[in-house]
Design a protein around this ligand. Structure first.
Ligand SMILES: Nc1ncnc2c1ncn2[C@@H]1O[C@H](COP(=O)(O)OP(=O)(O)OP(=O)(O)O)[C@@H](O)[C@H]1O
Ligand SMILES: [Mg+2]
Length: 366
């Protein structure tokens, strides 16, 4: 487990000191994958350099299994670095030595005896499915294979933490999926804490347990992936399942944004609202994905204004959070503000209906 507490990092240049990390608190539990996302310049790589002890933070603590790595010096620091394996964006293999020799490098630097080194290299290459390439040179491998060798090298010292900064960017979707599935297996088999820095939301959705979003050197959002998708106020949740909704069809005047709540959504929700509650719904956009046995989902439906509050109550009862979108017109999510639905005078008051926040547009593609 890794705990980051009040981490600050500042760089001093000609124009004075600039604080790039402004107090980050983050916990990555053992055996879990935490994705770190955020716009370019937010401080993701700086965070990764602090965690891998390449840079010394100006303030704060980095605790690995309880001991603070940021305070160490000399031999203790070198030894602590072994707890952290790093996978780089472009695998960073040496071209003139074989795959096996590349994986052996960190072991050789430590002075591990020859036969032990050979065994460890074979074990790691086997784990990433490339034992048969041991004697090849990096130039003879595909991009995905090189990345897997990079992972084998990062694992050679049996780290507790694996740090990946954009390690799948530039790979095609199939190769990316292979690398992600390998990382997920490593998390489970070796109990690694994995920190995955990426700008690819598909990657996050496929593999992350937790998501931390950085903005201007601060933690803007942090939570489990299902909880962020379920939270209609979460910006990251909207980016994880973006929806481009169709315009409202004739006879409908109100958009409802829906988010599946963690764990307990009736898969027949659409039919139940329509048939059991006699409410007309128009399905305008949505994404539903399996995550283990539960579903991640967001959707946009159209309703008639007089049925909107009853629809919200019914949807809430089926495990979806539903709320009126208040700042769109009939042409779709990018239009100007006109519509606000009137409550249904015939229906019961909504149970647990979410209030209408100003400017709610969750679920729309930005
Ligand atoms: N060694 C340095 N000296 C001065 N400023 C730096 C240094 N390293 C990073 N910065 C600045 O810190 C900020 C954060 O940089 P960082 O590389 O951590 O961003 P990032 O989130 O990884 O961005 P990207 O998604 O583009 O990789 C940037 O404004 C950058 O210019
Ligand atoms: Mg970066």
């Amino acid at each position: 487990m890794i705990e980051i507490r009040d981490l600050h990092q500042a760089y001093t240049g000609r124009g004075g000191s600039v604080e790039v990390l402004k107090g980050i608190d983050l916990t990555v539990p053992e055996g879990s994958i935490t994705a770190v996302v955020g716009p370019s310049g937010a401080g993701k790589t700086t965070l990764s350099h602090c965690i891998s002890l390449l840079e010394k933070p100006t303030q704060g603590e980095i605790l690995v299994d309880g001991s603070d790595l940021s305070r160490l010096r000399g031999r203790q620091l070198r030894s602590a670095r072994r707890a952290i394996g790093t996978i780089f964006q472009h695998s960073a293999l040496l071209r003139r030595i074989t795959v096996a020799e590349n994986v052996a490098l960190p072991l050789r630097n430590l002075g591990v005896v020859h036969h032990e080194m050979q065994d460890r290299v074979a074990e790691m290459l086997d784990r990433v499915g490339l034992l048969h390439k041991a004697d090849s040179y990096p130039g003879q491998l595909s991009g995905g294979q090189k990345q897997r060798v990079g992972i084998a090298r990062a694992l050679a010292l049996r780290p507790r933490i694996l740090l990946s900064d954009e390690s799948t960017s530039g790979l095609d979707p199939d190769t990316t999926a292979q690398i992600l599935s390998l990382l997920a297996d490593l998390r489970t088999d070796l109990g690694l804490s994995i920190i995955l820095i990426t700008h690819e939301m598909d990657v996050v959705r496929n593999v992350a347990d937790q998501v931390a979003s950085l903005s201007h050197g601060r933690l803007a959002e942090y939570g489990s992936l299902p909880s962020l998708v379920a939270d209609q106020d979460s910006t990251v949740g909207g980016q994880l399942l973006p929806i481009a909704a169709l315009p409202l069809p004739a006879g409908f005047d109100t958009f409802l944004d829906l988010a599946y709540q963690d764990g307990d959504v009736d898969p027949e929700w659409f039919t139940r609202v329509a048939v059991d509650h006699q409410i007309r719904l128009a399905l305008l956009g949505g994404t539903i994905e399996a995550r283990g046995a539960t579903a991640l989902g967001r959707a946009v439906v159209g309703v008639r204004g007089e049925q909107a509050q009853r629809a919200i109550g019914a949807l809430n009862g089926l495990g979806l959070s539903a709320r009126l979108r208040s700042d769109v017109d009939r042409s779709g999510p990018t239009g100007t503000a006109i519509s606000a639905a009137s409550p249904d005078p015939t229906g019961p008051p909504p149970s647990g209906a979410t209030p209408i926040p100003a400017g709610a547009t969750a679920g729309a593609t930005a």
